[in-house]
Design a protein around this ligand. Structure first.
Ligand SMILES: Nc1ncnc2c1ncn2[C@@H]1O[C@H](COP(=O)(O)OP(=O)(O)O)[C@@H](O)[C@H]1O
Ligand SMILES: [Mg+2]
Length: 260
């Protein structure tokens, strides 16, 4: 569904005489239809850059990205994006925010209203359809933003640290919630996070990136069953994955000495 082939990204120099910034260095990855893949890595390693290139917001400097076999050159309706800050229109109600994409897409009013109402139920926003974004908690705002992304039934959901701004409890609720929605609708998900536990809880596969310039250090298949169960976080299997990812992110000292 998504294929990155030897993708690199240079940003232009930020100061005169400075060198271009290599943000992403020869990243290759394939994401299957319906798969849930997380990219985890330290801040500044190029995660957002990768997502923005897949979304078509940023150009690729080298290599290529294919979505559904087609070269990505601009954003498209089959790729919905959810950002860390919920991107709702402040002057529109929850209902209108969620229906916004539909209004632009097609013209049949009643069927659309049914669809929005159904999405509001799915997202646990029943009773809040007439509220404005500022009247919602952070978690609800993000649910509305996810609803808006999903309403057009995109094949691909691109998420850039969507729960990064939420408190721990809301964040855990949102993770459960996202998994439940994903199991129902089965979009292909590329989910960016710097939170190792979050990546393991959510993903079929975790792609671990190195600090800048961002490269793929390793890809780890997460063999935990589905539906995921939050008690798993304490299981030896989960902790093994966590240790595996953390060891890649922060290699033990003697390993680097051996390498050096
Ligand atoms: N528009 C830009 N212009 C110049 N440098 C950028 C730009 N966007 C990101 N960078 C740099 O590219 C690197 C990767 O950034 P980013 O993709 O945002 O990382 P992450 O999302 O993993 O924190 C960082 O060093 C950042 O400073
Ligand atoms: Mg980022």
């Amino acid at each position: 569904m998504i294929a990155l082939k030897e993708v690199s990204k240079f940003y232009p120099p930020t100061a005169r005489g400075a060198k271009p910034v290599l943000a992403v260095d020869h990243v290759s990855a394939e994401i299957e239809e319906g798969e849930f893949v997380c990219i985890v890595g330290p801040s500044g390693c190029g995660k957002t850059t990768v997502l923005n290139m897949v979304a078509g917001f940023e150009s690729v400097s080298q290599g290529e990205i294919l979505v559904g076999g087609k070269l990505v050159s601009k954003p498209g309706p089959e790729r919905a994006v959810v950002f860390q800050q919920p991107s709702l229109l402040p002057w529109m109600t929850v209902f209108d925010n969620i229906g916004f994409g539909l209004t632009l897409q097609e013209g049949r009013k009643t069927r659309q209203r049914d669809k929005v109402a159904q999405m509001i139920e799915t997202m646990g926003l029943g009773g809040f359809e007439g509220h404005f974004p500022y009247q919602l908690s952070g978690g609800m705002q993000q649910r509305a933003a996810i609803a808006r992304a999903l309403i057009t039934e995109p094949e691909i959901l691109l998420m850039d640290e969507p729960f990064g701004a939420l408190d721990a409890q809301t964040r855990a609720d949102m993770q459960k919630f996202l998994l439940a929605v994903w199991e129902r609708l089965r979009p292909t998900v590329l989910f960016i996070t710097h939170d190792v536990e979050e990546s393991i809880v959510l993903a079929d596969r975790v792609i671990v990136m190195t600090p800048r310039p961002g490269r793929i250090a390793e890809t780890i298949d997460i063999g935990l069953g589905r539906p995921r169960n939050w008690d798993m976080i304490l299981s030896p299997e989960f902790l093994r994955y966590k240790k595996e990812v953390l060891t890649i992110l922060r290699p033990p000292r003697d390993a680097s000495q051996n390498a050096g």
